[in-house]
Design a protein around this ligand. Structure first.
Ligand code: KIV
Length: 276
């Protein structure tokens, strides 16, 4: 599929069927204009709970609420017609058990029109994933570094090195077996990501994992250089728009103070222009 040809948004089964094929392309989005820019280039767009840190200035994703995910989910939905919309379940909205997870996932789908939800966790979330999938809710899993668990993981560390590798592999097997249609692998060693990709039957989506994954995802504000608080090693900056935006703002401020903006072409005369 060329980047310019018009396509229909894939669904969860279309994404599952891409296992081993052309790599899946994905980015996060939180607003309508950004969603419009990426719609024809991405297979799926994730409204990540990273929205809390990227747009709301939170220091982790733990303070993100269902209301925030719904509001940003609705905004992104308005900007998409060709890419699939997936929305993160925020911290505290699914961990109590399958019923709580179903209630909140169904609300996300009903109020935003998203085609699937993503939730963090491996073996411990398998029962919940199975419950949701059996009841009509496609689930993308997220294992390795799961940022909602930073307080028990001890920070944003690589997951699955040395004797931890078996546990991450077990997580991947568990979510695939429970019916997830794909799995995000965040910050796991390259060799382990390749092993998981070779072993599980569902597409692996890497972020800080391996080019051998079945797809990749990045936080859009990281890769465009808007989010500059810190830059994880796994982020490649494809543009440096933060400094460009600040330069524009600084020039505007200087022109306002010098009264050179607005100029003649930005103001209105007291007579309507003649029609002919
Ligand atoms: O919240 C998020 O943006 C994510 C992706 C980075 C995978 O979970």
């Amino acid at each position: 599929m060329s980047a310019t040809a018009k396509k229909q948004a894939p669904n969860a089964e279309d994404i599952r069927a891409r296992k081993g094929g052309t790599p899946l392309v994905s980015l996060t989005a939180y607003t309508t204009p950004m969603a419009r820019l990426m719609d024809r280039h991405c297979d799926f767009v994730l409204v990540g709970d990273s929205v809390g840190m990227v747009l709301h200035g939170l220091t982790s994703t733990l303070g993100v609420t269902m209301e925030m995910m719904i509001m940003h989910g609705q905004a992104v939905a308005r900007g998409l017609s060709q890419a699939m919309l997936v929305i993160d379940m925020p911290f505290g909205s699914y961990e109590e058990g399958p019923q709580q997870a179903f209630r909140n996932a169904a609300r996300l789908m009903a109020e935003t029109g998203c085609a699937a939800v993503k939730l963090e966790g491996g073996v411990e979330m398998a029962e919940t994933i199975r419950f949701l999938v059996k009841r009509g809710i496609p689930v993308m899993a997220h294992i390795g570094l799961t940022p909602q668990s930073i307080n028990t993981l001890g920070g944003y560390k690589v997951q699955g090195r040395e004797d931890q590798a078996e546990a991450v592999l077990a997580d991947a097997r568990a979510v695939a077996e429970a019916g997830a249609f794909s799995v995000v692998l965040e910050k796991v060693p390259q060799k382990l990501a390749d092993k998981i990709t070779a072993e599980v039957a569902i597409p692996t989506i890497g972020i800080g994992a391996s080019a051998g994954c079945d797809g990749q995802i990045l936080v859009v504000d990281d890769m465009l250089g808007f989010f500059t608080a810190f830059k994880p090693k796994f982020v490649k900056r494809y543009a440096d728009l933060g400094p460009l935006a600040e330069a524009g703002i600084a020039e505007y401020a200087a022109e306002v103070r010098a009264r050179t903006f607005p100029a003649a072409e930005h103001v209105f005369s007291d007579q309507a222009p003649s029609k002919g």
